[in-house]
Design a protein around this ligand. Structure first.
Ligand code: S5P
Length: 269
């Protein structure tokens, strides 16, 4: 049995947030660095998908606002099945408003603060968004982690290198920021992000697909092996898994490629 501290090396030792360690432990136990982007709009199909690919993924990313007929009782089924598979819940809300509104948006209809372990946020409105989101969790006496979007995978996005650096400045050393979203379609961009971010936070990368380099409506893709090799710690995969004819085999393949890259990665930095 491999130990997370051995496989993850510097990342294990440098990350301060316990949620990062939990992710590294789960990913080591299951030998997968795949975060499933479960972008389906019915709760039944979401639950079925998680149940089938659960053993091959290390976290669950949701867009709660694309679910038809949301209600808390039904959503509880998604939360339960995620917990059953030891998955941290990551709501990709992409908060972007001023701090105090982000705090309120953690509540509201979906009450994200009550069930999400991680959320995404843009840095665009200022540093205070981080404290706003953390205050949202504090309102219900929970603690969570934020992934700041430092890069994006979509064509024509406005996140310049300078913006990436400013985003890292906001996140570095923050007890609330567990890591960054990087551009999984570009190993060069991931390498740069890793160099600038250092070893003490996670980088998770969407824009990952083994079969194609281009997706719908401007999405761009790279290979999971290359993303992890370049310094990403988790590949966010949606349609590559749920859109495949055989989601279980696909999930296994993404798991295998991501894990192989981690094990081969030098210094794990
Ligand atoms: O830059 C980004 C950031 C994110 S979080 N590009 C992205 O594609 N994402 C998310 O990753 C997006 O919201 C979607 O849920 C997932 C990619 O899905 P796929 O089907 O293209 O793998």
């Amino acid at each position: 049995m491999m130990r997370a501290e051995d496989v993850w090396g510097a990342r294990w030792r440098s990350c301060a947030n316990p949620l990062s360690h939990k992710f590294m432990q789960v990913s080591t136990k299951k030998r997968t660095l795949v975060i499933l982007a479960a972008d389906l709009n019915s709760i039944d199909s979401l639950v079925d998908l998680i149940e089938s690919v659960g053993p091959y993924i290390s976290a669950l990313k949701t867009h709660v606002d694309i679910v038809d007929e949301f209600d808390h009782k039904k959503w509880e089924r998604v939360v339960k099945i995620a917990k059953k598979h030891d998955l941290l819940l990551f709501e990709d809300r992409k908060f972007a408003d001023i701090g105090k509104i982000s705090q309120k948006q953690m509540g509201g209809v979906y009450d994200i603060r009550a069930w999400a372990d991680f959320v995404t946020a843009h840095r665009i409105s200022g540093n205070d968004i981080v404290d706003g989101i953390a205050a949202g969790w504090a309102d219900v006496r929970r603690i969570g982690g934020i992934f700041l979007l430092a890069q994006m995978s979509s064509r024509g996005n406005l996140l310049t290198e300078q913006y990436t650096l400013e985003t890292i400045k906001t996140g570095i050393g923050s007890p609330h920021v567990v890591g960054y979203i990087g551009n999984g379609s570009s190993p060069e961009e991931i390498t740069l992000l890793r160099q600038k971010a250092g070893k003490s936070q996670l980088i998770w990368t969407p824009g990952v697909n083994i079969e194609t380099s281009e997706g719908d409506l401007g999405q761009r893709y790279g290979h999971p092996y290359d993303a992890i090799k370049a310094g990403s710690d988790g590949v966010i995969v949606g349609s590559g898994i749920y859109g495949s004819d055989d989601p279980v085999s696909s999930a296994k393949l993404y798991a295998k490629e991501s894990w192989r890259a981690l094990v081969e990665r030098e210094d794990n930095g």
